[in-house]
Design a protein around this ligand. Structure first.
Ligand SMILES: [Fe+2]
Length: 337
């Protein structure tokens, strides 16, 4: 009896801890999209390909000991993740968005209207909806091999079109311009080959006819208010990221009494501190305290580099390196205030 109760408790707690990603349902039946995409393609795409990304994502997350991380967290730091986590987290996010923005048009019923706000933004950044269609189609048509075409909101709240390879997307730190996608078009052959074969252009026209502008408008409104935009802006600071990488490599080794990395890389650390101080501080954290902390960081790195050039002892190097580390965390703290 005791054993049974224990087994039940173990089972319950075990299942509540393992929060796995799951395949979302489609909003309509597979054959509802026939005007643009045949039922067989929809079924294979959703029940085989997307299901495969979800299954492989759960496996990769478990192997990388990243259980509990949100999908957005996995995407944000894609460059630090394994290839399997990067590809499958993108695969899951991208397809989920794709299903959400497609709606079959019901004969003689009203189309899915876009909000005035989205219409104004499209006119502001592209001139017209027709120009946006052309830009998106060009991005999709010229994406070599497999990938996605995107319409997304940048941290400056601008609307931008881009394309990305494989299962990458604009949330990822590997993207040149980043933001929150509100419309994504799958240009992998598995999305269209059965009906359209090599005619990607025809497939793109079909997708255009299935776009649900009501849902895309909701996504636009939500993206403008999403704190993720600020996170992306703050973390999209290449000089800060490079400095962090060099500091992590040297400081953590020194903590374990290995001073070789810092003796080798103190010049690099100093050079990156200069670049960081000269860099454009992201708009949302542009404040005097951050700028003055960056000046102190550079001075401390300069002092540390001089010490190492004079072959100082490990103890005094550790003291100076800890000082650099403290100021660095002060800057990071200011960034998140
Ligand atoms: Fe796909």
């Amino acid at each position: 009896m005791k054993f049974t109760l224990f087994a039940i408790l173990f089972f319950i707690s075990g299942t509540s801890i393992a929060q796995e990603f799951t395949l979302p349902e489609l909003r309509f039946s597979y054959d509802s999209y026939e005007q643009g995409i045949d039922a067989q393609t929809m079924e294979i795409h959703h029940s085989k390909h997307h299901r495969g990304y979800v299954r492989k994502l759960n496996k990769a997350v478990s192997e990388s000991k990243l259980e509990g991380k949100s999908l957005v967290d996995l995407l944000m730091y894609a460059s630090y993740r394994s290839k399997a986590v990067r590809n499958n987290s993108g695969g899951h996010y991208n397809h989920t968005l794709f299903w959400e923005i497609l709606s079959p048009k019901i004969k003689d019923s009203a189309p899915y209207p876009m909000t005035k706000d989205l219409e104004n933004a499209i006119n502001k950044y592209f001139g017209s909806l027709e120009n946006l269609r052309k830009e998106l189609s060009a991005a999709a048509a010229t994406r070599f091999g497999s990938g996605w075409a995107w319409l997304f909101v940048t941290p400056n709240k601008e609307l931008v079109v881009s394309s990305s390879p494989n299962q990458d997307n604009p949330i990822m730190d590997v993207s040149e311009v980043r933001g929150i996608p509100i419309l994504g078009i799958d240009v992998w052959e598995h999305a269209y080959y059965l009906r359209y074969q090599n005619k990607r252009g025809d497939y793109l026209s079909a997708i255009w006819s299935l776009l649900d502008w009501s849902v895309i408008s909701e996504k636009y409104t939500a993206a403008l208010k999403d704190p993720l935009l600020i996170r992306i802006e703050r973390e999209n600071w290449p000089e800060m990221n490079t400095f962090h990488k060099v500091l992590a490599k040297t400081f953590h080794a020194a903590e374990k009494n290995d001073f070789k990395p810092i003796r080798l890389l103190s010049g690099d650390l100093y050079a990156n501190a200069i670049l960081l101080q000269d860099s454009d501080i992201p708009q949302s954290i542009l404040k005097p305290k951050v700028a003055s902390a960056l000046i102190r960081l550079e001075k401390k790195c300069s002092m540390l580099h001089k010490q190492i050039s004079k072959n100082a002892k490990n103890k005094s190097i550790m003291k100076s390196l800890s000082g650099v580390h403290d100021v660095f965390h002060e800057v990071q703290g200011l960034c998140h205030d």
